[in-house]
Design a protein around this ligand. Sequence first.
Ligand code: ADP
Length: 297
Amino acid sequence: MSTLPDESTHSSCNHNHGNGAAHSQCTHHKESGESCAHHDRPLQQVKNIIAIASGKGGVGKSTFAVNLAITLAQTGAKVGLIDADLYGPSIPTMFGLLHDKPEVVGKNLVPLEKYGVKLMSIGFLVDADTALVWRGPMLSSAIKQFISEVEWKELDYLIFDLPPGTGDIQLTIAQTIPLTGVVMVTTPQDVAIADVTKALGMFRKVNVPVLGLVENMSHYELPDGTKDYIFGSHGGEKFAKIQGIPFLGSIPIDRAVREGSDSGDPCILTHPDSATSKAIKQAATEVTKRISISNAG
Ligand code: ADP
């Protein structure tokens, strides 16, 4: 795998494989007798592919993706996590892997592994201080390489931590691979809800099943046990109800979450019995339930 995206890889192929489903209809490479690994259904050894999305940045999407991945791995599942936030990769910091590089075998990368989770991030490949100035096709190409040229092997869950919003990366993923579903993350605040409405609309438009919504930073618990609804009260829950999507739970604001994210020791491991970790585990259980329902449907 090249560590820089090859803009030409798919530039001549505008086939829209819509959710990874229509590869059998692709004669583009068959006619030329050329074989193209990109046109085989990607990630065949992965049972469930979940995207974690948000409308706004900073609402805790990566935090939830990291703690969800570890929670699932703790149940004995084989789990991978792709940091698809190419402009602002957080996974290397949140896993304490700022100086590690993936091994290259042939033309493929071997994902790093920590806390039982296989990991890939642009942050493992480019210098942390280097600003990415890639355009849409280059971003899409890098994501396709994360999908096709990383040795994920067999996985029960592959989680994509998406960038915020509704850009090229989200569309590439939605149209390249068969997503089991997307989990939306928001804070209860009106401005976050306004943005998650747009993101939800995009996933609906490209027919990605919506597994549900997690409300992060729902409240802060004061020493006397009362709750301070810093970002407003139950905004996520109300939004889920209005949109007719499952509400997967509320996660409080907790210093240990922020500290764990920054130090590379996720709170689910350092404070497994805290109210926040329990809320995350509960939300993870809801995600797996929704996946079972989605797979059965
Ligand atoms: P996003 O992926 O949506 O941009 P992050 O997961 O990077 O957001 O979170 C943004 C910041 O907020 C990080 O510093 C993270 O540690 C912190 N954070 C996220 N969720 C919580 C929480 N429940 N309590 C305290 N801090 C949080």
